[in-house]
Design a protein around this ligand. Structure first.
Ligand code: SF4
Ligand code: SF4
Length: 431
């Protein structure tokens, strides 16, 4: 991957310093420090590209203080490609070694290279998480307040431990499922990594919604992480390696679309053409991949999804927009269209629905203070709607909202829009 100094200079110099992005930037909003704003960060990146600044620890820290939420990209009238700048800047920070420490290196190797490149190992860890909860060990641990014995950082991590599902996606979805009626489309289904462990039922719901809309669904039972975590954390080589594995897992020519239901993954998966542009073997396939990659909401609206006919009990739902769906993919209308199509569902708009919830990949682990502030702000707005359900379409947001609701004793349940649609289809009486 190119460095800031090597990248296309038209991307680096695009910013015209107008400041229109500033009010949309969560970190700037909190600190009011120019360096913590998109304009400030881009100025630092440009100084490096121009050779006026070296990559220092302060620069690297700033790049990791940025959420990568891309709200600035939506606000920018000049069309600044913040995604490319941000990923290049973080890769530069990693290459320079200014953040190196034995502890940080060990954690990065264990998580990015060890765990998130090995789907079977990830499932094994998921199984242990499930056992921790199902055996009652977690309940006992918390009842005895044993987490007080842990250092603060680990105490927070224990509190955020996600609830793993009893069954993972390959136990819920067969590799090839055909709809009851005529096959109108053939689609591949991505089951994700975190999604596969903690929200595999959302994957089952997605398969059911696709089947109900005439799609034959191909779901490889073992799938690799899409690599977004790696690309956003400066490990572009591993991100490319994982992208190639994804391309190998699907017969692209036989499929009309490849479907993802996770916003963060979708935003990155659509970028494979760019990521593998210089790869002599994979570049052409990556182009086809990106053209066929669809977010589930986008796909359903594109094919004119069938509106459910039966009405679940009346329910009020509010909608939190995952950054990488609304800013990364500019998908805002479709999830609302799906929610509004469910009979009996009343959609209440959420104040600051496009404001980051603080999850941002692993930001809530690396920057717990800022992530906590954003979580609290989001939970306050959700509480104001009085909706018992908040819909969102990204596993990171899903877990961040669930942990926020627990922390602030809010009864609101978090659901994926597609799960609500699947539920409505299930309630329909057979024809
Ligand atoms: S990505 Fe988000 S946090 Fe980073 S500069 Fe843009 S708006 Fe601010
Ligand atoms: S809105 Fe765009 S052009 Fe204006 S300061 Fe922000 S990044 Fe630069």
């Amino acid at each position: 991957m190119k460095t800031l100094r090597e990248m296309d200079y038209s991307v680096v110099q695009q910013c015209m310093h107008c400041g229109m992005c500033l009010p949309t930037c969560p970190t700037y909003d909190e600190t009011k420090v120019e360096r913590n704003s998109p304009r400030g960060r881009i100025a630092l990146m440009r100084a490096i590209a121009d050779g006026k600044l070296e990559v220092t620890q302060a620069f690297a820290d700033e790049m990791y203080f940025c959420l990568g939420c891309l709200a600035c990209e939506t606000a920018c009238p000049a069309g600044v490609d913040y995604t490319e700048l941000f990923e290049t800047a973080r890769a530069d920070a990693e290459r320079s070694g200014v953040l190196k420490s034995p502890k940080r290196d060990a954690i990065r190797v264990a998580i990015l290279k060890g765990l998130f490149t090995r789907p079977r190992l990830l499932r094994f860890v998921g199984r242990l998480l499930w056992l921790y909860r199902a055996s009652g060990a977690q309940r006992v641990f918390r009842a005895l307040q044993l987490n007080r014995l842990l250092p603060f950082r680990f105490r927070e991590l224990e509190r955020m431990t996600p609830r793993a599902e009893a069954k993972f996606s390959h136990q819920l979805i067969r590799p090839d499922e055909r709809p009851a009626g005529q096959v109108k489309y053939r689609v591949g289904l991505l089951t994700g990594c975190v999604q596969d462990i903690v929200l595999s039922q959302v994957n089952r719901d997605t398969a059911e919604v696709l089947l109900a809309n005439g799609c034959e669904v191909f779901t490889p039972p073992v799938q690799y992480c899409c690599g977004s975590l790696h690309a956003h954390n400066g490990d572009v080589d591993t991100a490319c390696e994982l992208a190639r594995k994804q391309l190998d897992a699907f017969d692209l020519n036989a499929l009309d679309a490849i479907i993802t239901n996770a916003a963060g993954c979708g935003s990155h998966l659509k970028n494979y053409d760019h990521l593998l542009a210089d790869d002599p073997v994979y570049a052409a396939r990556a182009k086809i991949w990106s053209a066929k990659l669809k977010d589930i909401h986008e796909w359903l609206c594109e094919i004119g999804f069938r509106h459910p006919t039966s009405s679940p009990a009346e329910q009020t739902v509010t909608y939190h927009e995952a950054c990488h769906l609304c800013h990364g993919q500019k998908i805002t209308r479709q999830p609302r269209e799906i929610l509004r199509a469910i009979p009996g569902l009343k959609l209440v708009e959420l104040t600051e629905s496009t404001w980051c919830c603080g999850s941002a990949g692993i930001y809530n682990i690396t920057q717990p203070e800022m992530a906590g502030k954003l979580q609290e702000r989001k939970i306050r707005h959700i509480a104001d709607t009085a909706a018992p359900v908040v819909a969102t379409a990204n596993p990171g947001c899903h877990l961040q909202l669930e942990s926020g609701a627990r922390k602030f004793s809010l009864d609101t349940i978090v659901r994926h829009p597609v799960s609500l649609l699947a539920e409505a289809y299930r309630l329909e009486k057979p024809a």
